[in-house]
Design a protein around this ligand. Sequence first.
Ligand code: G3D
Length: 180
Amino acid sequence: MGSVNSRGSKAEAQVVMMGLDSAGKTTLLYKMKGHQVVETLPTVGFNVEPLEAPGHVSLTLWDIGGQTQLRASWKDHLEGTDALVYVLDSTDEARLPEAMAELMEVLDSPCMVGVPVLVLANKQEAPGALSLLEIRDRLGLEQLQDCCWELRACSALTGAGLPEALQSLGKLLKSHRSCR
Ligand code: G3D
């Protein structure tokens, strides 16, 4: 994967999206692309799509399969990544500790030094979804203090929060670029 390049006023970035299986990554990817109805199958390997984020940032978004047997290969996708989008299922309280442990594993990679992270608390419209505050408390995200991160709520199903998430991503990428 490449890194952020400036071509005139246009920036290009490689963004990797990860999270446990069923967090909603594939649904998010295609909703962000503007698809109305999304039917997904478990991702074997990855899906990849170009996207535009606010601030003239062109993204190549990699949606990496999150099933247990695929997680060992997550680190193979990190080289040259400019940002990580980490997707959580806000209705899956039982697996939040596992989700956080996997995130910490990813952040341990030397490729992730200084790479900004956008954590998306997905499925917010679902009954019983944990609020952003509850998720923040349970995750102990202050462990991420060494890297630049943001936590945002969204629903890939309704699209709520996705413009704001893309905005945050654009902002994180810009701050990352200015640090390079
Ligand atoms: P993944 O790519 O992270 O493995 P998917 O996850 O995108 O395949 O989604 C897994 C399931 O979660 C799908 O349901 C999908 O419709 C659902 N989902 C994704 N995002 C949301 C959301 O924001 N809200 C709700 N309520 N559901 C969501 P199925 O039933 O096909 O398994």
